[in-house]
Design a protein around this ligand. Sequence first.
Ligand SMILES: [Zn+2]
Ligand SMILES: [Zn+2]
Length: 365
Amino acid sequence: MAKDYYETLGVGKNASQDEIKRAYKELAKKYHPDLNKNKGAEDKFKEINEAYKVLGDEKSRTHYNQFGTADFSGFQGGGAGGFDFRGFGFEDFGDIFGEMFGVGGRKRTRRGADLRYDIEITLEDVAFGAEKEIRINKLEKCSKCNGLGGTEAITCPECQGTGMQRITRRTPFGMFSTTSTCSKCNGQGSAVKHQCKNCDGTGRVEKEKTIKIRIPSGVDEGTSLRITGEGEAGEKGAPAGDLYVVIHVKKHNIFERDEFDIHTTIPISFVQAVFGDEIEVPTLDGKARLKIPAGTQSNTMFRMKEHGIRSMRGHIGDEFVKVTIQVPAKLSKKQRELLEEYAKESKDEINLQKGFWSKLKEAFE
Ligand SMILES: [Zn+2]
Ligand SMILES: [Zn+2]
């Protein structure tokens, strides 16, 4: 079925490319399905795109004028010059909308790349949260041209601002045209008259940047913190990507983490265990005192409330201190004498062993 594309776009048969483009943009804005939720808007939008795809390109327009139809299907078999309109939709022109509305654009508003930075922090950082400074090399918006790549914006001369390039190839079956993103403007549709020397027209320059990062308390190994907009700058003023900071917690030399609690082991002498004592124990923020009651057995666990890690919600874990009783490996003469005296005086060992053997006997009976 023959369609009047001039009528669809509301322009005269002698309209210039600029007029056609303007009419198209006007209508496309009106019927873009992201903006116009009325029934039929989407179909109308497709029609407008179809019309513009033909009239917006000098070659296909001539073709259309000559045959009075855009129904090229009849030519495909004959190889006279097939344009394939199948699957034609917003995708092809999504780029233009990126520029026009800042929505749905794919190539036009190419966002900067996301970056990843791996950071090693201490358990103390985890416990209380921390502020870190990191330095990364990344593409930043060129300050000389404000990311635009130059001054005085002009319509891209290669694609006349459509952002699309039509490549026609001669094949044994006839001429074939394919449409792709304009390589000169990268689909932007615009160029600059005076290219920025600082960034060679790319709008971006590589720079080392120092970024402050706030690490919340209670983070886990492998947690990824997203820092919005600190990735690479986008092309030609497009939004920057994000920076993902991945947390790695260094192994602590005395503490082991169990979610928000921490565990440590402290040696005490057998005398301290026997008589009891008040000892100094390390915590994540310095030292604290812990009372060891008289008669403490080896491997007894003591709990120090709220000396652990603060969760993001403000809950504070505990510190668990396990004491191990150290047996002296070397004794002075005097110590040996005293202990021998003690052994004579004491039936402890014998009683202990008696208890053990009787238990074992019970188990076998
Ligand atoms: Zn620049
Ligand atoms: Zn171009």
